[in-house]
Design a protein around this ligand. Structure first.
Ligand SMILES: [Zn+2]
Length: 435
């Protein structure tokens, strides 16, 4: 039986990863370690509190102890400029091991690994997100675009997540940063980042069936071939504008009666819907010769009473398409996940606050902060999946906002000897029945 992934275990994994971060300083001014700076910034994201470290410095002055030390193991809390200087030179690649180690540990729990299983494998969704944009602040890693007279600076990251239709929790994996060297336009940039991520990380999935889910942007022959080379499956959105050859073939095969059709009547709760699947195997993704042949499925949903089209989309895949598999293929294809809830919040709101605290950095700072924010999001997900006390408390408090408001306020005013003490204090305070 694997040891449960408690907060303490997660902290130990991250302390180990942060402890191996390179320290480029020479000699002087080594009062604080890079590890402490990373743990401190991680704490800010984990608590979703931009002021967390300021409050803990204050508590240290007043009480002689603080929660950054007791919860996150930050022996001496560096100042904001010190954190900036310590983290700015760290290439984000050095933090990748945190994601994979946590995933490996999580998957030692066979029941949990099985709970992410969909149709005999895992689904991994790839999605690009802009996490920084400015007309003035910039660094050497910004993607620069001209909008008329105005220059816009942005940072974009491709965030892969393991997810399953109908399951709330998603497991965020090591992200891939989109760089200005990736290409001339936004689409090239995201495509190249996706290629790089697959080449770097496919070995983490060895021995498992993993299906990559991506949008039309990634639905091209070089990327699909790369996935097949790496023993990965795919289900991708496939639009007519970007795949004329494939759609000509589908039209031709439709005339010949070679495209299968399956219709279903589905009760939506408000009324009946009419679901029409059309599918065919072995169509060319691009112009022959040397075209990759893929399987194509389309779903149209209309309202039975009016005929109004409610949904229409099509996907290509290397999975076999039969009357029995079309539903699960389309369900997977339709459910591409954006990192929402805490993850979204961390990146969109608190990430912004952090820019104010720490600035954009000269080298890697904003990327390091995104990595730490995503690791914090992953750790909350793991606790939600694995830690009974955490699950009960989150369920009792209802919204995520209440939970984070409460832990922010409590840790500002009170000292807790450990994370478990904080959670136990809240459970006791809420008069929740013993488990
Ligand atoms: Zn930049």
């Amino acid at each position: 039986m694997a040891e449960p992934l408690s907060f303490g275990t997660l902290r130990a994994i991250l302390t180990n990863v942060f402890g191996q971060l390179p320290d480029t300083r020479r000699g002087e001014n080594t009062q604080y370690t890079v590890c402490e700076a990373a743990l401190g910034a991680f704490g800010v994201f984990f608590m979703q509190s931009p002021s967390f470290l300021a409050y803990q410095r204050d508590m240290q002055r007043r009480k002689g102890c603080n929660n950054a030390q007791s919860l996150f193991g930050v022996a001496h809390i560096p100042s904001d400029p010190q954190i900036r200087n310590l983290l700015d030179p760290i290439a984000p690649l050095h933090l990748g091991a945190g994601f994979w180690t946590i995933l490996e540990r999580l998957m030692e729990d066979k029941a949990l690994a099985a709970s992410f299983d969909f149709d005999g494998g895992w689904l991994c969704s790839l999605d690009g997100t802009q996490y920084f944009g400015s007309a003035t602040i910039h660094c050497v890693h910004c993607t620069v675009t001209q909008r008329g007279e105005k220059t816009h600076y942005a940072h974009t990251v491709l965030i892969p997540v393991l997810a399953k239709p109908g399951k709330t929790e998603v497991l965020v994996l090591e992200p891939e940063f989109i760089t200005p060297q990736d290409g001339a336009d936004r689409q090239d940039c995201e495509r190249n980042a996706a290629r790089r991520w697959v080449i770097r990380n496919a070995t983490h999935f060895t021995g498992r069936r993993v299906t990559i889910l991506a949008d039309d942007l990634h639905c091209n022959q070089p990327f699909c071939e790369l996935l097949l080379d790496q023993h990965l499956d795919f289900i991708m959105t496939c639009k007519p504008d970007s795949h004329p050859t494939l759609y000509e073939e589908v039209a031709l095969l439709t005339k010949l009666g070679a495209v299968s059709q399956r219709e279903e009547r589905v009760w939506s709760g408000q009324g009946h819907q009419h679901w029409t699947y059309r599918f065919v195997e072995h169509v060319p993704l691009r112009e022959p010769p040397q075209a990759l042949y893929v399987n194509w499925v389309e779903l149209t949903i209309d309202r039975e009473a009016t005929g109004e089209v409610l949904y229409h989309n099509a996907f290509v895949t290397n999975h076999a398409l039969t009357e029995h598999t079309i539903r699960s293929t389309v369900t997977a294809g339709r459910a591409r996940w954006k990192v929402e809830n805490e993850g979204h919040n961390v990146l969109k709101n608190h990430g912004y606050h952090l820019e104010h605290n720490y600035g954009h950095g000269q080298q890697y700072l904003s990327r390091v902060l995104v990595m730490l924010a995503l690791l914090a999001f992953l750790c909350h997900t793991v606790l939600q999946l694995h830690d009974r006390a955490y699950q009960r408390l989150r369920a009792e408090l209802g919204t995520r906002r209440t939970f984070f408001n409460d832990i922010r306020a409590l840790t500002r005013y009170l000292f807790f000897a450990s994370w478990e003490h904080l959670i136990a204090f809240m459970i006791a305070g809420l008069d929740m029945a013993p488990d």
